[in-house]
Design a protein around this ligand. Sequence first.
Ligand code: SAH
Length: 245
Amino acid sequence: MSGKVWLIGAGPGDPEMLTLKAVRAMAQADVVLIDDLVNPAVLEHCPTARVISVGKRGGCRSTPQDFIHRLMLRYASQGRRVARLKGGDPCIFGRGGEEADWLAAQGIECELVNGITAGLAAATQCGISVTLRGVSRGVTLVTAHTQDDSPLNWRGLVEGRTTLVVYMGVAKLADVRKGLLDGGMAACTPVAMIENASLPAQRECRSRLADMLDDARRIALKSPAILVIGEVVGAAQQAMLARTA
Ligand code: SAH
């Protein structure tokens, strides 16, 4: 019997945000490799599977990617069905593409299962619509953190005039702020910073581009957090005021 690997997006944290496809794949799995941003509550869907934690927060400092590759290969070659659970969506800053390519090169059957990505969930959980007729005609997902620390094309992002959703931004807030201000974004552009989106511990802070670093320090913003930057954040605030007036 030949094995198989599912690369599954487990959503932003709220276990109800799993897809039915994810639940079905988990139910078939013999082995589950779980990342640190995945809510362990989702494991109720695979009660008999062997669960291996491969995340930084799980135990060891970090599980090298190479080791994860080998684990997937070992179990799949034994004919096991492996569910690899990742936070959010596997292909949004989740290495899903890399792992799928690697498995394909090893001749292992692999299926990618979408999940709800944290950036989109974070906005929605705060009543922010990332696209909004007449306000924003697009949304751009970016990571503030790159392996080689190469800078983003901030000016290009500003000129694109889409809503910006920034992942892995907590440690890079100063760079994000400076990059966008230098790139020509208005200092008063509304910003929402959302920590632990969709979880009971969710915290949200509304700010402005110029003030976001001070505000983040004031509330001691911690990872995992998402930044939503753009006029849609202000529009959401106005809509809320209108509703409560
Ligand atoms: N594949 C994931 C992203 C992994 S990168 C996805 O699609 O969501 C890790 C980053 O995701 C974190 O640094 C943070 O910016 C964001 N993130 C993940 N879960 C989050 C949550 N519940 N709340 C806020 N941000 C989250």
